[in-house]
Design a protein around this ligand. Sequence first.
Ligand code: SAM
Length: 255
Amino acid sequence: MSATPRLYVEADLVEGGDFALGGDQAHYLSRVMRLGVGDHVRVFNGRHGEWDATMRASTKSTATLALGSRTREHAGVPDLWLLFAPLKKARTDFLVEKAVELGVAEIRPVLTERTDAETVRVDRFQRLAIEAAEQTERLDVPPIRDAAKLMTLLSGWDTNRVLLFADEAGDDAERPWGGEAGRARPADEVLRGLPDGPAAILIGPEGGFSAAERAQLRKQAFVRPVSLGPRILRAETAAVAVLALWQAIRGDWRG
Ligand code: SAM
């Protein structure tokens, strides 16, 4: 992979066009990456692929880039969403960054009964997602949606999109692991049995889902509970594990 810096820009990218960068991006190129006139940058905007650009002029707070040739055609990621209950700041930051690297198409913070996040900083998550997309050589940046209550999401759900519910417990709250009755099937078995098509993964908060939430989830025809094995994973670990499994079995990690 090239060491040439990559930047996500909003501008349309057309052959021979010039465009200006302001604020943080100009500062990043000139002061952090110490680029000068004539140096190269790779730019992408989530629509027109990746392009080679040359620095034409730069000050501390502005930079002008001249677009050269397209280096990569636009390519998206599989139609996979991540729904997660926000966690403590550092853990949520980690989860958002890994979800971008693992190729989710959209990220939706979900408010559940035991979600402990005081504030859901969507603007912060979106900045993290842009940085992760630049680093991971993606050609797009997944949108971070506004936080929504779990029950609201379920009531308006597009039933063509299967919802994989990372379910660490079973139906019988009195028995360890919910007893045999309610235990979720192993994730790889569930994933291999899915039809191709849009999917979403739901990861609960550190305190897990309430019994009412689990009952509501398990009765939906579009929900597939999945087990991630016999240990309780941190929410961010569970997210990485099931995203990786999905990409390997159903997504773009296949040959
Ligand atoms: N309810 C758990 C407990 O015993 O305290 C804690 C929840 S766990 C820290 C956070 C989330 O990660 C869960 O709600 C679930 O979505 C996911 N998760 C963790 N371990 C899992 C497992 N073994 N199988 C499926 N999902 C798991």
